[in-house]
Design a protein around this ligand. Structure first.
Ligand code: PLP
Length: 360
């Protein structure tokens, strides 16, 4: 069944990727598979604009597994942690730090609003050692000002961990210039391959932290991933099929002009949608938007109802919000194998709902 999917993951995949996903899974303790892993590492490092001595850790587990493993393997109770919390993914970092009984302070941002300099600089020169941020807070579509955060962290000598799970390939990012120590992404967002894999890019400072960590986890002891990774392997059986899809996707990006061209393509889709949606009874919700997703605030109609009608009657998926915003906000993703015509179709559906008196 063909669906049109504008959620923020899993997203639509190209024919080439689906073909890789349909193949048998090869045995992976081989030179051939090691070569794939090392190639993935080198291309991902290039796309994150990481330093040459940075490394990529490939985890089998969704993005949250990587968030969890990064916190447990690079931080301990001696750290004084700042968490930017502007929605469900910021909240997830809070819950992870709470789970490990770490010493954290939340900087709460109003939902849909970006972090201001005033909010951040309240914590200047206070001995904080670490900052955790979701570059794009996917639940509201807010893109935080990473330049500002980076300056603050450099000034305070803070270890900077960035969850770029939905922002990677969507918004410009330069790990080494920004002085980001750890950056995380996942397979089912703009990489537009099957879910199951998360990727962590760690710089030298982060590698040192991992190597001295007393992490209490067997499966997610990242030291083992670093040592196995030197020969292009993982400690345990990874999601081999998804890793092969990743390799295909990275080659496709490379052949289509590289990471900048991919960011440009997604940015174009986002801007095209935001232009077309004008005139419909929605407001753009986020005050500073990632190219990955547009959050729309409805006027008189329940946002959740729109999600349901579009799913049930048109076989098209937009992304609902939960909690107190369930009836007020829904999101339209710009990631995955989306064409301009697909956006036109979605706009026509909205117009049809207006005509039918179901949207106002
Ligand atoms: C999708 C996403 C995650 C990870 O979610 P999983 O369901 O574990 O893959 C984490 N952070 C952000 C910002 C995300 O968009």
């Amino acid at each position: 069944m063909s669906i049109l999917n504008f959620t923020v993951g899993p997203v639509m995949m190209s024919e080439e990727i689906k073909k890789v996903g349909g193949d048998d899974i090869p045995y992976f303790r081989t030179e051939e598979f090691s070569k794939v892993m090392l190639e993935n590492e080198s291309l991902l490092k290039k796309y994150f604009r990481a330093e040459t001595d940075a490394r990529i850790i490939t985890l089998t587990g969704s993005g949250t597994a990587a968030m969890d493993a990064v916190v447990s393997n690079t931080l301990d109770t001696n750290d004084k942690i700042l968490i930017i919390n502007g929605g469900s993914f910021g909240h997830r970092f809070v819950e992870i730090c709470r789970t490990y009984e770490l010493n954290y302070t939340e900087i709460k941002c109003q939902f849909g609003k970006t972090l201001t300099k005033e909010q951040l600089y309240k914590f200047d020169k206070q001995g904080y050692t670490t900052l955790l941020v979701n570059l794009d807070e996917t639940s509201s579509g807010v893109l935080y000002d990473i330049e500002m955060i980076s300056k603050f962290c450099k000034k305070n000598n803070i270890f900077l961990i960035v969850d770029s799970i939905s922002s990677f390939l969507c918004d410009p990012f330069n790990m080494s210039e920004l002085g980001v120590d750890v950056v995380i992404t996942g397979s089912q967002k703009a990489l537009a391959i099957a879910p199951g894999i998360s990727l962590i890019c760690v710089n030298k400072k982060a590698i040192t932290r991992i190597n001295v960590s007393k992490v209490k986890s067997y499966y997610f002891n990242l030291k083992n991933y670093l040592t196995n990774g030197e020969r292009g392997q993982t400690p345990f059986t990874p999601a081999v099929g998804t890793i092969l899809e990743l390799n295909k996707r990275l080659h496709m990006i490379e052949n289509n002009g590289g990471v900048d061209a991919e960011i440009e393509r997604i940015s174009h889709l986002a801007h095209y949608f935001r232009e077309k949606v004008k005139g419909l009874p929605f407001e753009l919700f986020a005050d500073k938007m990632s190219n990955a997703v547009t959050a729309l605030k409805t006027k008189n109609t329940s946002a959740y109802k729109i999600f349901e009608i579009i799913k049930n009657e048109y076989n098209v998926f937009v992304c609902p919000n939960g909690g107190e915003y369930k009836d007020k906000v829904f999101r339209v993703g710009h990631i995955g194998y989306i064409q301009l015509e697909d956006i036109d179709k979605l706009i026509e559906i909205f117009q049809d709902l207006v005509k039918r008196g179901l949207l106002s």
